[in-house]
Design a protein. Sequence first.
Length: 170
Amino acid sequence: MHLCCSEVSISPLFRWPNSVNHYSIWFIYKGTRVRESLGVPDVPENRKMAGELRAAVCFAIKTGNFNYAAQFPDSPNLRRFGAESKEISVADLAGKWLDLKRLEISTNPMGRYTSIIRNMVLRIGGDRMASAVTQEDLLFIRKDLLTGYHVLKRGQTKPVKGRSVPTVNN
């Protein structure tokens, strides 16, 4: 099976409307010819760099070490090969989950879920990547919920310590 062509073939990709030549490299990946635009102008240094990049990509494909998402993170071809980046922030994930759940449940449970999600996103960190959240982080948050103080509500002066196990397990 022919995985990647051995000859170096770099072709300028003509872009309209600014009429600037940009280099693209092509290679065979999973039996499909793929072209990736490098977005660099047509100058000798870039021609050499494009040739070296293509050789490195072809070698990685042949040895089975090619990671499409790592090599070309902004490529529109990622979706085609199922290598689309799955990185999502905790806040975005929670928002998507609530939107999907809204179709399945009534207003009362939706209010409870929204409250729980709001509290957890604050503790985990909304801008944190979901893949970076570990089981250890969640266990520390659980411990804090069981033994820590509640956020004071409007008009409340005395802090309330801890929550019951069934409440935290929700």
